[in-house]
Design a protein around this ligand. Structure first.
Ligand SMILES: [Fe+2]
Ligand SMILES: [Fe+2]
Length: 201
């Protein structure tokens, strides 16, 4: 048991040293393709987060519910923090912070625009629909950061993993909070709108 503990400690020290020098803890040949993938995925997320800032600003403007608009504003502020964290991660790895177009985020934001166009202005129905669009974005981010945290650990980048984990938790909290807003008020208000339409049709 004691040996196991000291070997874990040694491993952690090696990882810390590897991080300090910006190198992988394993043999560079073994982890080079994984490190390249990791960096590419970080660049993808940097683009995604930057695009999301604009996306969230648009959603704030079209949300009918003040609570929902506030939720989007709060997450816009967090998203700016996510960008700063990614820039810090690139810095820690001794790499340039470059953004690479994220086709998934581009598609998700396009879909959000289409949802806005297809729903009545300032209605609870639109709010219910844009919550789902925003949650699709959060789920994409959760899957991406979840995977990146795991790879950061594998590569021995513990401090990088810690930073990415903070972002991951904020994405998860946002997803949870959007579910609350939908289920506590907005979905109920949206169904009332439908009922009203049926009566007056
Ligand atoms: Fe984010
Ligand atoms: Fe997010």
């Amino acid at each position: 048991m004691a040996n196991e503990t000291s070997s874990v400690k040694n491993n952690n020290n090696m990882q810390a040293q590897a991080e300090d020098t910006g190198k992988q803890s394993g043999g560079s040949r073994d982890t080079a393709p994984l490190k390249k993938f990791f960096l590419d995925a970080l660049k993808d997320m940097l683009w995604a987060e930057k695009a999301l800032v604009t996306g969230l600003q648009k959603l704030q403007k079209v949300a009918a519910s003040e609570e929902l608009a506030d939720a989007f504003e709060t997450h816009e502020l967090q998203t700016n923090k996510h960008i700063s964290r990614l820039e810090k991660v690139f810095d820690m790895l001794g790499e340039k912070a470059e953004a690479k177009k994220c086709k998934a985020m581009e598609g998700l934001l396009k879909e959000a625009d289409e949802i806005v166009d297809a729903t009545p202005e300032y209605s609870a129905t639109r709010d219910a629909a844009i919550i789902i669009a925003a949650q699709k974005v959060e789920h994409y981010e959760i899957a991406s950061y979840g995977g990146l945290v795991a790879i950061a650990h594998t590569l021995g980048y513990e401090r990088v993993a810690h930073l990415l984990e903070k972002t991951l938790m904020e994405e998860e909290d946002t997803d949870y909070m959007l579910t609350e807003v939908a289920e506590c008020h907005i979905n109920f208000e949206a169904v009332q709108e439908d009922a009203h339409e049926k009566v007056t049709a």
